[in-house]
Design a protein around this ligand. Structure first.
Ligand code: GLV
Length: 390
């Protein structure tokens, strides 16, 4: 009998064995020294929980809503570039797992499976994450394609006009598909399960881009794409323009400062995502969980506040919700599952997180996630250590 999956780390171990090194490294890296990447997870450890007893724990529910959509638990699948390189047809499989579980799936602009492909293989609307490109025609087209595919929200990423440097991606020569160098071939020869699945699919390049965009030197490289195509001029005026072009629900991702959260309110965002891009952009920025309470205090109640970056367990979800988030996202935690076991692995990751969330909520004395507040938390004095020097 296979060893049961009881925690996200179990999936990560299998994932590491199964998936080519360059894609494992892509997932598991932060920028430069990786300080922010590390603190995204270690800062959760600085928050402890108040155990309560003799409270009726029957009839519990983690259900709530994110931007008006019912969710089994407030844990969406974050947009992750190149998900279809972690497992053949990865975006389709992850979207199906999310749909069956009852949580949102967000498709990255830099996905392998295209918007149309994911729409064809799912029943419920998913969310589309947009990177703003210099090429206006591409931008208009991709927004139209998301509308036609029935996407129910646009997640506009604001923290990646230029790409933070992740050393390993450069050293590994990251590309989709991998280039047939000796080093890659040697590594791929040990990843036959991954390779057999990849041989069976046609989806091996950036599905939203290839065939839809012009003037890109190397279509297989995420770094040349971002350098050549992402629009470094993206500012609040352009955000408003995109809001109007899209016309539907808008979620602004990558907010890490209360002033920016207020600016997002002015744009009329339906939600903001407190995020440092999983520690992949500005190294030295604070962890998302550390910034979350300040942003909740600044704009909570006026727009929904979601957070990502560092969530690896249901306990992390509970801590974020207790601090005032209305929703959270997992990126790496579902990629571990996907790389390990395909669609079943994503379902396993969601099940693990759901069980941890439900049990922790109960042992903190609550039956409904919507009723949980800051009173269940005990914060280390150091948690509020960093202040603006003004
Ligand atoms: C792109 O979104 C990345 O973080 O690599």
């Amino acid at each position: 009998m296979a060893t049961p999956i009881t925690e996200i780390e179990d999936l990560k171990r299998i994932y590491k064995r199964r998936v080519p090194k360059m894609f494992y490294d892509y997932c598991e890296s932060g920028s430069w020294t990786e300080q922010t990447f590390r603190e995204n997870t270690t800062d959760f450890d600085k928050i402890r929980l108040r155990q309560r007893v003799a409270v009726d724990m029957d009839d519990r529910s983690t259900a709530t809503k994110m931007i008006g959509e019912d969710v089994t638990m407030p844990v969406g699948l974050a947009p992750v570039g190149m998900t279809g390189m972690q497992h053949a047809d990865g975006e389709i499989l992850a979207a199906q797992a999310a749909e069956e579980f009852g949580v949102p799936f967000t498709l990255s602009t830099m996905s392998i499976c295209s918007i149309e492909d994911v729409a064809k293989h799912t029943k419920k609307p998913f969310w589309f994450q947009l990177y703003v490109m210099r090429d206006e025609e591409f931008l208009e087209n991709v927004i139209r394609r998301a509308t036609e595919a029935g996407c129910s929200a646009m997640v506009l990423t604001l923290d990646l006009q230029i790409l933070g440097q992740r050393h390993k991606d450069i050293k590994n020569g990251l590309s989709a598909p991998p280039k047939p160098t000796l080093k890659n071939m040697l590594n791929l020869s040990t990843k036959w399960g991954w390779g057999m699945d990849m041989l069976k699919t046609q989806r091996r390049s950036f599905g939203n881009i290839v065939g839809h965009a012009k003037g890109v030197g190397d279509m297989s490289s995420l770094s040349s794409w971002t350098a050549e195509q992402f629009d470094p001029r993206l500012d609040w005026e352009k955000v408003k323009k995109i809001r109007d072009m899209w016309g539907g629900k808008l979620i602004l991702k990558g907010i890490l400062d209360a002033d920016d959260a207020r600016a997002a309110l002015d744009v009329g965002a339906d939600a903001i995502i407190v995020s440092n891009h999983g520690g992949r952009q500005l190294d030295g920025a604070l962890s998302a969980i550390r910034v979350l309470p300040e942003i909740v205090d600044a704009v909570g109640g006026q727009t929904e506040i979601h957070m990502d970056s560092g969530i690896r367990s249901g306990q992390d979800v509970l801590k974020a919700m207790a601090l005032g988030a209305d929703g959270t996202y997992i990126g790496r935690a579902f990629i571990y599952g996907l790389g390990a076991k395909g669609k079943q692995g994503v379902t396993d990751a969601l099940n693990v997180i759901h069980k941890e969330l439900d049990t922790t909520m109960a042992l903190c004395g609550h039956r409904k996630l919507t009723e949980v507040g800051r009173d269940i938390l005990l914060l280390d004095d150091e948690f509020n250590r960093y202040r603006r020097n003004i």
